[in-house]
Design a protein around this ligand. Structure first.
Ligand code: HEC
Length: 156
């Protein structure tokens, strides 16, 4: 047996050994990381919960047929004159601060109501110590009118 053939036999064994080792690694890696395997083990109810928890907070609706439909009724019904009065007008009209006519004070409102539509104009543009729209420029004219109607119906 020459040194050469010894060398080739050893070399062949090493290469075959590496090949077997390689195949074992591939199989083991597949067993550990197979997606299908792990998906199948998760209860679908648990998976639904996870999907719900990790879904994006705000999703953009790019479908024009549903985008407006969902938002419009919500905006229309969201305006509550009574609640808006409480948050935006009560500070003065609930307390009489700055000489504001108090809600429910019939004497203070009588002459103001008697002027008709001028009362809306004064609420929208401001009057005396009252800033335009009570300082809430974000209110539309119609919204101010709705709050004034709420105030009037509670003060006569
Ligand atoms: C900073 C205090 C203040 C706030 C806030 C305020 N008002 Fe007034 N408001 C007044 C005062 C003061 C007057 C009396 C003005 C005058 O007669 O000189 C008044 C008067 C009015 C009048 C009677 C106007 C008239 O023709 O005599 C209306 C209506 C009215 N306010 C509506 C509102 C509405 C609606 C809001 C909330 C969106 C509001 N106000 C918020 C101070 C305020």
């Amino acid at each position: 047996m020459s040194a050469d053939s010894d060398f080739y036999r050893t070399l062949t064994m090493v290469i075959v050994g590496l090949g077997v080792f390689f195949v074992i690694i591939i199989v083991a890696a597949n067993l550990v990381s197979s997606d299908d395997d792990t998906e199948a083990k998760v209860d679908p109810r648990v998976k639904a919960n996870i999907d719900e928890s990790i879904k994006p907070v705000g999703m953009v609706n790019t479908d024009p047929s549903t985008a407006g439909a969902a938002a419009a009724p919500a905006a229309a019904s969201a305006f509550d004159a009574g609640a808006e009065y409480q948050s935006k007008c009560f500070a003065c009209h609930g307390t009489g601060a700055a000489g504001a006519p108090k809600l429910g004070d019939k004497a203070a409102w009588k002459a103001r109501i008697a002027q008709g539509d001028g009362i809306y104009t004064n609420a929208i543009n401001g009057k005396g110590a009252m800033p335009a729209k009570g300082g809430h420029a974000s209110l539309s004219d119609d919204q101010v009118k709705a709050i004034v109607d709420h105030m009037i119906s509670n003060s006569k």
